[in-house]
Write a protein that binds this ligand. Structure first.
Ligand SMILES: CC(C)(COP(=O)(O)OP(=O)(O)OC[C@H]1O[C@@H](n2cnc3c(N)ncnc32)[C@H](O)[C@@H]1OP(=O)(O)O)[C@@H](O)C(=O)NCCC(=O)NCCS
Length: 78
């Protein structure tokens, strides 16, 4: 949440170690929030004993999501 109780970013996950939606409000992007949300989700799933985390992303996602996921160590299963 931002200082005005608006949502700045969200990682909506399924219990099965699947990240359903990752989104950061446009005015909050490119400050590390996406990375922080991913790290938090990874840690939650790690504590539950998940061997890996999955998500789906369009290969040409215009906001650079694929680059973020790869930087965070995720691998493409095409
Ligand atoms: C994808 C998305 C979640 C990334 O969120 P974000 O908060 O901008 O992510 P980060 O800030 O962690 O990283 C984004 C970029 O900002 C850069 N960055 C992070 N902190 C920075 C800072 N303080 N100064 C400058 N750049 C910074 C990162 O290095 C990264 O650069 P890159 O694109 O060249 O790799 C966001 O763009 C979004 O909501 N997109 C629309 C929804 C979407 O497509 N979601 C994915 C669907 S699967």
């Amino acid at each position: 949440m931002d200082g005005e109780e608006q949502i700045a970013g969200i990682a909506q996950c399924w219990t099965s170690a699947y990240i359903k939606d990752l989104a950061v409000a446009s005015e909050w992007r490119r400050r590390g929030l996406g990375e922080a949300l991913l790290l938090h989700a990874f840690e939650c799933f790690r504590q539950r004993g998940a061997p890996h985390v999955e998500l789906k992303v369009e290969i040409d996602n215009p906001s650079g999501a694929l680059r973020l996921y790869q930087r965070m160590g995720m691998e493409a299963l095409v």
